[in-house]
Ligand binder design. Structure first.
Ligand SMILES: Cc1cc2nc3c(=O)[nH]c(=O)nc-3n(C[C@H](O)[C@H](O)[C@H](O)COP(=O)(O)OP(=O)(O)OC[C@H]3O[C@@H](n4cnc5c(N)ncnc54)[C@H](O)[C@@H]3O)c2cc1C
Length: 471
């Protein structure tokens, strides 16, 4: 193929798009604004020397389950997945924790009275993961390749988490389900919030919730290394301020969200397309803290030490109230907190005997409220004495996050709200295509949305190639 392609942004989706284009034989340059590639998949010394923290993403059910990433020789370029013994711990006020075990049968046994209902809900998708994954990692098709499986998924997924949680009789199982559904950033009484609980739990049982040895950067570095074997180049510290400056390229793939795309390329688009992009809605933001610790977190529930990810929020009702408040633009005293403790399972993250942790809570988009006390209050609630173990911390407000990755608009880590409308039309009805035939959008603001899986980039690049006349 003749012609030359440029990808703007070296996040997981930009790198995935670049690899697809390079695999098709196109010369590709990836222009990245920051000095280190990866976007929200970077690992940096954010606190003290020798403590390596994931700036953004940390745990990769969608990365390990991604049909595209799984097709690449990333292990040969240094990527090694580490699985904590359990995928997830959800501590409760009585000093116990409800666990999402990797094995579906073990989870079923541990959930007691709700074990059979959990099994019945998850098993069809776990057992058919190989067919299920390509269906959920693409735009909603008119005719799915596996219609019965997808009809079964749709019947549950379109419901609210609250409606689906009524199948469970134990408050412990309901709490576990609420924490999973809260990844949606939706209120748990909104349609589609149940889908996220299923899309988090099913990969836990099918492929795990692994962390990369060395952190997120190892995944990014493996993608960059593989891209370079195909001749693609990643050029860092190269922010693109105007698409007009890229007229020497035949194809432009933008790992950007709609607001940025309008800013740097508005004049290249039709009036109506610009208007539609302008109507795109961003979701809640996050308030994040990275910790350097001199010892592991002193959990009341020892089971929490078996899982890389811990959900802190108590009961279903409490998490639902916290997520609803955020959706309404409010701040809560007891926010739902997602915490990752990677150094328990990967000693490369901190000096010998020391540890790292990463925690965030949801806040209204662009919030300027300091949530540190409240976030740490939730950790102390389930791990009294946590604060005594802190050597250093680094706090990121939504604006701080956006200043280090401009796709994190107002602290939104998912590239835009994922409600029913933006699930179907993301960011517009055209999905990856724009009104300009040579410009495509390939970020998490396209299907299938947020998360590190590279499938937005994969589908955008496939579409661009299918419409490319060969230069
Ligand atoms: C705190 C946090 C925690 C998260 N946790 C997880 C998790 O555990 N697991 C998970 O799967 N996902 C997680 N996510 C979400 C996930 O990281 C994102 O959905 C994913 O990184 C999106 O990939 P992307 O390529 O679309 O965008 P990004 O990763 O945001 O990359 C976009 C890139 O484009 C660059 N860029 C932007 N504008 C320009 C420009 N004008 N010129 C040049 N370059 C530009 C940016 O610098 C950036 O490198 C988390 C995100 C955050 C922030």
């Amino acid at each position: 193929m003749s012609g030359k392609a440029c990808v703007i942004g070296a996040g997981p989706n930009g790198l995935a798009a670049a690899i697809v284009l390079a695999q098709a034989g196109l010369p590709v340059d990836v222009l990245e604004a920051e000095s280190v590639p990866g976007g929200a998949a970077r690992t940096l010394e954010l606190t003290l020397p020798g403590f390596r923290h994931d700036f953004g993403s940390a745990v990769y059910p969608l990365g390990a389950g991604s049909p595209f990433f799984s097709s690449l020789p990333l292990a040969g370029h240094g990527l090694e997945w580490i699985h904590s013994p359990a995928a997830l711990a959800h501590p409760l006020d009585d000093g116990t924790a409800v666990m999402l075990e990797r094995d579906l049968g073990e989870t079923r046994d541990s959930l007691g009275i709700d074990g059979p209902a959990w099994d019945k809900l998850m098993r069809p998708f776990v057992e058919r993961w190989v067919e299920f994954a390509p269906e959920i990692f693409r735009p909603l098709p008119f005719i799915p390749r596996h219609p019965w499986l997808m009809a079964r998924f749709g019947m549950v997924a379109l419901q609210s988490a609250g409606a689906v949680a009524r199948r469970f009789r134990s408050p412990c199982t309901r709490a576990l389900f609420a924490g999973l559904a809260a990844h949606s950033f939706l209120s748990l009484d909104e349609p589609l919030s149940a889908a996220f609980a299923i899309l988090m739990a099913v990969p836990a049982h099918a492929v795990g919730w692994p962390i990369p040895r060395g952190g997120a950067q190892s995944l990014t570095n493996a993608l960059c290394a593989f891209l370079s074997t195909l001749g693609g180049k990643v050029i860092t510290s190269s922010p693109v301020h105007s698409l007009a400056a890229l007229s020497n390229y035949d194809l432009l793939l933008c790992d950007l969200t709609p607001r940025q795309l309008i800013k740097i390329g508005g004049q290249r688009f039709s009036e109506s397309y610009r208007r539609r992009l302008g109507r795109y809605r961003y979701g809640a933001g996050v308030f994040k803290v990275d910790y350097a610790l001199h010892a592991p977190i002193p959990w009341n529930a020892p089971d929490c030490l078996r899982a890389a990810t811990v959900h802190l929020g108590g009961s279903f009702e409490e998490i639902a109230a916290s997520e609803k408040a955020v959706r309404l633009g409010q701040h809560v005293d007891r926010p739902f907190v997602l915490l990752v403790q990677p150094s328990l399972f990967d000693s490369s993250r901190a000096p010998a005997g020391k540890h790292t942790a990463w925690a965030y809570c949801h806040v209204p988009n662009g919030s300027k409220v300091d949530m540190l006390e409240k976030l740490e209050g939730q950790i102390e609630r389930f791990a009294p004495g946590f604060r005594d173990r802190i050597l250093a911390r680094r706090v990121f407000s939504p604006a701080d996050l956006e200043s280090m990755d401009s796709n994190l608009v107002g602290g939104d880590i998912g590239g835009g709200t994922m409600d029913l409308r933006q699930f179907l039309f993301r960011p517009t009805r055209r999905h990856y295509a724009t009104s300009a035939r040579d410009i495509y959008i390939c970020s998490a603001s396209t299907p299938p949305g947020g998360g590190v899986h590279g499938m937005c980039g994969y589908h955008a690049a496939k579409l661009a190639l299918s419409r490319w006349d060969g230069g």
